[in-house]
Ligand binder design. Structure first.
Ligand code: M6R
Length: 615
């Protein structure tokens, strides 16, 4: 939540910062602002609303040029999305400017203290106290980095802070506790950002910042220390995607591009993880085979779409490994005192690697002695760094707030973990593993085929733009797919959408069915577990008899559903456990098209932010 950019170099800082903010706007779009030390003073501008409002402001009232600057795009926590609450926040003399991501929990006490010393705080934010505290420390003789360290030692909560001072015009200082911040190292220029996308057009050389570290950015390099001033060890890494990956590439929305990228993302996530003999080589899982054999349960923690991936993983893990698997919303996990010990493997799934609820859940698990394996899409982010091992998904940058390609690659990673556990623990024989791997390797082509047949889904979505409610039903792995379809529709189309286990229908939800209510039904394969298939065909008949308009997602060749489907969406024949990789895709397209038809912002739905870095 919130996007932060800082720059020191020889280019126009304002240009670099504004371009960076454009790439980070998916993190929050309630307001935006910039500050540039220039001509012996500090120039700042900020506006409520999207970045375009700030762009207009800067055209009407240009700031003086400078080669050091900071910027912010906000997802509001404390104080509404107004001009006054927009970042940066300045001290009363207007000499220091600060931007912030996170929540400063003790801000009320600090605010009272500052007011008592005569400071006039003008916003409702928790952030503003930092500008005033920094100004005090700087005036007392500390340089900006030392002032930041002193202030951070007084703050409670989660924060990334980035500041500039009129009297230190060649320096940007950043601090990090629990919220993301990465450093970009260029030739004669340095960058700070919540995400590498902000500086990828300038450099692919990055440095991870650790917990409780302060970084001082100058043209000729960066210095990183702990909050206590001790030199800090940092990890440098090369960003393995380029600026074009973070562009729309001719699509109207990032979401459309990301949906289209799914076949490649799925294939990339499998790449290099299967040896010539067809066995899994997950070197990244640095948890020893002996320890994996000792496990007595798997616990998956995640939020939102990643949670749905976890729900599907449960079916695969339990079926292939015979290990019990619990799936828990990360936001609920630690508060219910879960039973964990060194024999529990906790799998934390997160696209961003920064979701605070998931981070807190994994910390709790490690405190109980459990090993944590992260499934993550973002190199250098906090969740993999704090886990015992990580299996990266290779979806590339996902910019649209609604998760699509990250979900499919999370599923692939979950299947790999399940098969790997089966391989190590001997519950799955080599030939069985090879058979699933073969099916998985073909899935990318199946996803491609689904994408080629989406025009009727789009037309159907447009025809439903006036509806208020859509329900989603599924059984077995189709149930989490139904939940995911409903989540996509809520967040994009702002419609009432609910996913149900089809078997639960008669226990209450069937009362919701009324004439012409659209109900999407994800039908399991008729092969294999055909009992599931037969039961859901009955469920379709039951809702249709009560007036529902049935939208049926079923395998090619599944003729049993034809008489009961008002609309039929075909998906390729796929093994049951892997079916979510193809059945989810039409639901993504459906939600995206409905959002467009209703005139909604597809990439930046209202009230949301891409990474939820506050609890
Ligand atoms: O970055 P994460 O995977 O940890 O994010 C988890 C959820 O916030 C995320 O999946 C969210 O539900 C998406 N907006 C759904 O499309």
């Amino acid at each position: 939540m919130c996007g932060i950019v800082g720059y020191v170099g020889s280019q126009s800082a304002l240009d670099v910062v504004m371009a960076g903010l454009k790439r980070l706007e998916y993190r929050g779009y309630d307001s935006a602002g910039v500050a540039v030390p220039a001509d012996g003073g500090l120039a700042a501008a900020k506006r409520a609303g999207k970045l375009v409002n700030l762009e207009k402001e800067l055209l009407e009232r240009p700031l003086p040029s400078g080669s050091t600057g900071i910027g912010h795009t906000r997802w509001a926590t404390h104080g509404g999305p107004t001009d006054a609450n927009a970042h940066p926040h300045l001290d009363n003399a207007g000499r220091v400017a600060v931007v912030h991501n996170g929540i400063i929990e003790n801000f009320a006490a600090l605010r009272g203290e500052l007011a008592g010393r005569g400071h006039d705080l003008v916003s409702e934010t928790d952030t503003e106290v930092v500008a005033h505290l920094l100004a005090e420390e700087f005036s007392a003789g500390a340089d900006l980095a030392e002032a930041m360290r002193l202030v951070c030692r007084r703050l409670e909560g989660a924060f990334t802070l980035v500041a500039v001072h009129a009297d230190a015009p060649d320096v940007v200082v950043g601090a990090r506790r629990n919220s993301p911040l990465v450093v970009g190292v260029g030739e004669g220029e340095s960058f700070l950002a919540s995400d590498v996308a902000a500086f990828i057009a300038h450099t692919r050389s990055a440095i991870e910042l650790g917990q409780d570290q302060v970084v001082e950015l100058r043209r000729d390099g960066v210095t990183v220390t702990g909050f206590d001033g001790s030199p800090a060890e940092v990890r440098s890494y090369h960003v393995d995607w380029d600026a074009s990956a973070a562009e729309k590439g001719g699509y109207d929305y990032f979401m459309l591009k990301e949906i289209a990228e799914q076949p490649k993302a799925v294939a990339d996530t499998l790449l290099g993880r299967i040896d010539a003999a067809g066995s899994l080589t997950l070197d990244e899982v640095r948890i020893g085979a002996a320890e994996l054999r000792e496990l007595d349960k798997v616990v998956i923690v995640a939020c939102g779409t990643a949670f749905h991936a976890g729900l599907i993983a449960k079916y695969a893990i339990e079926h292939w490994t015979r290990l019990p698997c619990e799936v828990e919303l990360a936001s609920e996990f630690r508060y219910r005192d879960p039973i964990l010990d060194p024999r529990s493997l906790v799998v934390a799934i997160s696209q961003s690697g920064e979701t605070m609820d998931t981070l807190m859940a994994l910390r709790h698990a490690r405190e109980q002695g459990s090993k944590v394996l992260a499934i993550c899409n973002t190199n250098g982010s906090t969740i993999p760094r704090e886990s015992d091992a990580v299996l990266y998904t290779h979806a590339g940058p996902e910019v649209a707030v609604a998760s699509t390609k990250a979900f499919l690659t999370q599923l692939v990673a979950c299947y790999l973990v399940a098969l790997y556990l089966g391989q190590v623990r001997g519950t799955k024989w080599g030939d069985e593993i090879r058979a699933v791997i073969r099916d998985l390797s073909r899935i990318s082509g199946a996803v491609e085929r689904v994408l080629e047949t989406m025009e009727p889904v789009r037309a159907l979505a447009r025809s439903l733009a006036g509806k208020k409610t859509v329900l989603f039903l599924g059984r077995h792995v189709g149930y989490p797919v139904a939940l995911e379809g409903a989540l996509k529709l809520k967040e994009l189309a702002y419609m009432h959408a609910e996913g149900f286990a089809a078997g639960e229908l008669k226990h209450g939800p069937i009362a919701l069915i009324e004439e012409d209510l659209p109900v999407v039904v994800v039908v399991p394969s008729p092969r294999g577990r055909s009992v599931l298939h037969d039961k859901i065909v009955s469920n379709i008949q039951e809702i249709r008899a009560r007036g529902a308009r049935t939208i049926v997602i079923a395998e090619e060749g599944d003729d049993a559903v034809v008489p009961y489907a008002d609309h039929l969406i075909r998906i390729p024949v796929t093994p049951t456990l892997l079916q979510p990789l193809v059945s989810t895709v039409p639901l993504q397209v459906f939600a995206c098209e409905l959002a467009t038809a209703r005139g909604n912002e597809v990439d930046q739905p209202r009230n949301l932010a891409k990474s939820v870095t506050v609890e």
